[in-house]
Write a protein that binds this ligand. Sequence first.
Ligand SMILES: [Zn+2]
Length: 285
Amino acid sequence: MFKDIFKKSKKKKYVTVKHMKDNDVPEGIMVKCPKCEKIMYTKELQENLNVCFHCDHHMALNAYDRIDALMDKSSFVELDAQVETVNPLNFPNYEEKVEKDKAKTDLNEAVVTGSGTINGYKTGIAVMDSRFRMGSMGTVVGEKITRAIEHATRNNMPFIIFTASGGARMQEGILSLMQMAKVSVALNRHSEAGLLYIAYMTHPTTGGVSASFASVGDINLAEPESLIGFAGRRIIEQTINEKLPDDFQTAEFLLEHGQLDKVVHRNEMKEVLTTILKLHNRGEA
Ligand SMILES: [Zn+2]
């Protein structure tokens, strides 16, 4: 009887990396890089902020992990964590989809906002998370970002937004498009108060988010190889009836064409932001 138990567990446990196929990667323990297809330990990859050791591919980093990696320990104070998403257009199955993403991600929406310090420099921050409804911008995402910017304006703090978005949230129709203007107005008031705004684009930053607050930073940064653009490649190719270059809509392409200030490797994220905050510090920190 015991012999059978051992036999069974042995078969499941001893999977060697060398012989693993796609669906053999033990979930949670090891991860396969989608670019170079090499297999790594999840824990080691997480310690490297989800950047592949072999090819430097930047995999998605969830909002709280990014905040942990960037902000000084225990300095982050979250704002509006409990703002609830509603279904203003009664879009079929929308509530179920939101509930499913809540359970999957432990987030209440596709953005986490608040303030804290980075190497001692105070800043307001919003970090979008593409796991939640593709990081799409609905009324709650727009409202949370707006409130966080207003909080930063009141408290004389710079503001950083990490974008990761599929665009406006289709289930909220025109109400999601309104968020583009709302967030931009809040950013304008923040700017009129003489405060610094850093837009930090991560993969992917598309649609209404790329067309509003993601592209209007005093300083615009992006992660390597991020897809950044308004409409998709196919739509543009069909419209202009021309083939687009392979690197079109990548962070590197935008940098080359003057639409970005710097492409920043994730391992340098904290250092680069610290330098910028230090340069613009008005003595409050
Ligand atoms: Zn790789």
